[in-house]
Structure formats: structure tokens, C-alpha cells
Design a protein around this ligand. Structure first.
Ligand SMILES: [Zn+2]
Ligand SMILES: [Zn+2]
Length: 391
């Protein structure tokens, strides 16, 4: 018996050591990659889908593949992503043709008409297949469940003419025309929605140019970017309301969103679309009905009523006590994933309510809770206000 015990003890450290094998120790790197889950409320019977309506890949002047864009969108918490390569400017194409010279008898092919912003088109036309990047993204999207919106960016001289995304396109190869107005008409003819991109880029004002006056008057513009990357175009919130356009906040990302957003602890820009379902038809219907908000840099911009409805659907309030004078202690909780900021009076400091955080507010007898929503914009520096009856 003693002998047996000794042999068991002798074996113990060996078996413990056998478990410690540095070759098979799995570090936290082995944990599954996690999507950032951004949970938002239902508002007026609609779900809120998170979309980026403006991105680029190596098939124009971006630095990653369309497949990577889809994967990145998934991990960033998006439900939908538009693939919108520049039609007239495809910087990487020349390099790709140089790379494949092994297939052309050692001859490096020259890219043609990849910069039609600066050069006139020749009769050889655009030779690239502008539908391919969308097809590649759609293929990848099957693995991730992110909806790909087919699109392309009509890209002209930025100061006088500007850039316009055609969204929900059917055939990107039939959009180009030397006349930019005709290009927009061509996209619309196939049922695309037109989004006016970065309306103040490289300009000193957001006011409409002569070209834009014509395009707007012809009814060719459906939506507009209130935010593009790090630019928030405040006067555009008013224009969206006056001209009945859907609002968007997009990344227009060329490198990776990690560099510009996640590594800095920021959410990427998102167009919040209030729709019944996350399908091409569902999102298009919602944008046509102007049910969208623009989320960028912690600010949510757009229609006043939709902002109020979104705020009220995002919080919960409950009275948890009343003092002798009848003043109620009201616990206000942010139930969802976007930070909400508000003021209880004109001169008060704003309260930042992070997701799942609560704040206790005093509300005098027979008074309602009046909040100014300071991280929401329904006009140029205009915040919506809500009145909450405390029962
Ligand atoms: Zn652009
Ligand atoms: Zn762009």
C-alpha cells in the first residue's frame, strides 16, 4: 500500500506538467473575434438598422478589398454597407495591370481612363467592370449576414460640381456619361437613389453651386451626407429638412476603420435607417420616406420628431421616491447602446448618460421633466427638446 502511494505521488507532478505544454496553451488571442453589438430600440414600429452608405476599396482608391470591407463592417456592428467605388477615378487599376504582366507575355498593360476627373474620356470608354467590387462584397456578405447595397460614386471636380453616390444600382457600367447631370440621370433611370456626398469638401461654404441648383431643381437628389468622416456639415441639417432629403453619416473610408475610429475608441459614422426589414427593398423604402438619422462623433442629427422619438424610446424613467414637498426622485436610465446627453435647464451642465447608465433627477411637484437633448441636432446648432410627464 505504501509503495502504491509513493508511486501515485511520484506520478502527480508529471501529469500536472503534462498539462502545462507551452505549445498548446491558448492565449486570449485564441478567443473568438467579437462583433461590436450596438443595440437600439424599436421606434414607431420600425427597427433601426446601422449602415455605411459610402466606402471604397482597392477597385478605386481604397486600400483593402471589398471582402475585407464586409468583414470590417460586421465587426464594427453594421447591418448594411454600400460599396461605392469612384467611377471616374480608379487609382489602383494601373498597378494591378502591371502586376499581371506574366499573363500578357511580359508586357505591362497600361490602364486607360482611370482619372476622368482631370482627363477627357476617349472613345475606348471605361474598360473596368464596375460591378465586380459589389459582386465580391456580396459573396463575402453571405458569411457574415451583412447586407451589401450596390452602388458607385459619381466623382467630378469637387468645387464646382462635386461627388454623388448612386445607391441601390442595378448596373454600375451604364452610369458614366461625360455630362455629370446625365450620369446622375442614368443612375436614377435604373432605380438608384442619389446621395449628395460631402457637400462642403474643398469649399469655403456649404451653399449650393450652380450645378447643384440645377440638379436639385430637376429633383435628382434624394439624400445628403450631414457627416462624412470627421466633417459634420451643420447647415446641411437644415437643407435636408427644407429640401426633403434623407440624412446620412458615412465614413467614406479608404484605409481601415480601425485607424480612424475603433483604435481611438470611437464608433464609426453610421446612417441609422428606420425600416421594417434589413433588405434592399426595406432600406430603400425607408430612405425614400426619409426615415434616417446621422450618427457621427457622438452626435445624432436629422429630423426633430424622429430624434425625439428615438430619445424617448431609448430611455426608461421611474419615480423611486417623493419627499415632503412632493418633489419626485426620478431615475432615468439609458437602456440602449448610444450615449445620450441632455440638460435639465438652460444654464445647467449637460449630463452624459452612457449606455446602461442611470441618473437620479429631482422633479418638483406638478412639474414635468423638460430635457434639452444636447448631443442631438435638428438644425444648425439647434437641439430638440422633450417633455416627459412624471407620474
Ligand atoms: Zn467623394
Ligand atoms: Zn468617396
Amino acid at each position: 500500500m505504501k509503495k502504491l502511494l509513493i508511486s501515485i505521488l511520484a506520478l502527480l507532478p508529471i501529469s500536472a506538467m503534462a498539462q502545462y505544454n507551452p505549445e498548446t496553451l491558448r492565449t486570449p488571442v485564441a478567443q473568438a473575434a467579437q462583433r461590436l453589438e450596438i443595440v437600439l430600440p424599436q421606434v414607431n414600429g420600425y427597427n433601426i438598422y446601422k449602415a455605411d452608405l459610402h466606402t471604397h476599396s482597392i477597385y478605386s482608391d481604397g486600400e483593402v478589398t471589398p471582402a475585407f470591407r464586409v468583414r470590417e463592417a460586421f465587426f464594427d456592428g453594421l447591418d448594411a454597407i454600400a460599396i461605392t467605388e469612384h467611377i471616374e477615378y480608379r487609382r489602383i487599376e494601373g498597378k494591378m495591370l502591371k502586376f499581371v504582366k506574366g499573363y500578357t507575355g511580359g508586357k505591362a498593360l497600361k490602364a486607360e481612363n482611370t482619372d476622368l476627373i482631370r482627363n477627357e474620356i476617349t472613345e475606348s470608354g471605361i474598360k473596368a467592370d464596375l460591378n465586380y467590387p459589389v459582386e465580391e462584397a456580396i459573396k463575402e456578405s453571405k458569411k457574415y449576414g451583412v447586407l451589401v447595397i450596390p452602388g458607385a460614386e459619381i466623382t467630378r471636380e469637387p468645387v464646382k460640381i462635386g461627388h454623388f453616390n448612386a445607391l441601390f444600382t442595378k448596373d454600375n457600367n451604364t452610369i458614366y456619361d461625360p455630362d455629370p447631370l446625365q450620369s446622375i440621370r442614368n443612375a436614377r433611370k435604373q432605380g438608384a437613389l442619389i446621395q449628395h456626398n460631402h457637400p462642403g469638401w474643398r469649399r469655403t461654404t456649404c451653399a449650393k453651386t450652380e450645378f447643384e441648383l440645377v440638379a436639385y431643381k430637376e429633383g435628382l437628389i434624394d439624400g445628403i451626407e450631414v457627416a462624412n468622416g470627421g466633417s459634420l456639415y451643420l447647415p446641411i441639417i437644415d437643407r435636408a429638412r427644407e429640401d426633403n432629403l434623407f440624412v446620412a453619416a458615412n465614413t467614406d473610408i479608404h484605409p481601415t476603420t480601425a485607424e480612424y475610429y475603433r483604435l481611438k475608441g470611437q464608433l464609426r459614422n453610421m446612417t441609422l435607417i428606420f425600416a421594417k426589414e434589413c433588405t434592399l427593398e426595406g432600406l430603400k423604402e425607408a430612405l425614400e420616406a426619409k426615415r434616417s438619422l446621422a450618427l457621427s462623433g457622438g452626435y445624432i442629427s436629422g429630423d426633430e420628431q424622429l430624434l425625439k422619438d428615438f430619445f424617448l424610446a431609448s430611455i426608461k424613467h421611474e419615480v423611486i421616491g417623493t419627499d415632503k414637498k412632493g418633489t419626485r426622485k426620478v431615475l432615468v436610465t439609458n437602456m440602449y447602446s448610444l450615449p445620450l446627453e441632455f440638460k435639465t435647464s438652460k444654464n445647467a451642465n449637460p449630463i452624459l448618460l452612457q449606455p446602461r447608465q442611470s441618473v437620479l433627477l429631482n422633479v418638483a411637484k406638478d412639474k414635468s421633466l423638460n430635457l434639452t437633448l444636447t448631443n442631438m441636432l435638428c438644425g444648425d446648432m439647434v437641439n430638440p427638446k422633450v417633455k416627459i410627464e412624471v407620474k
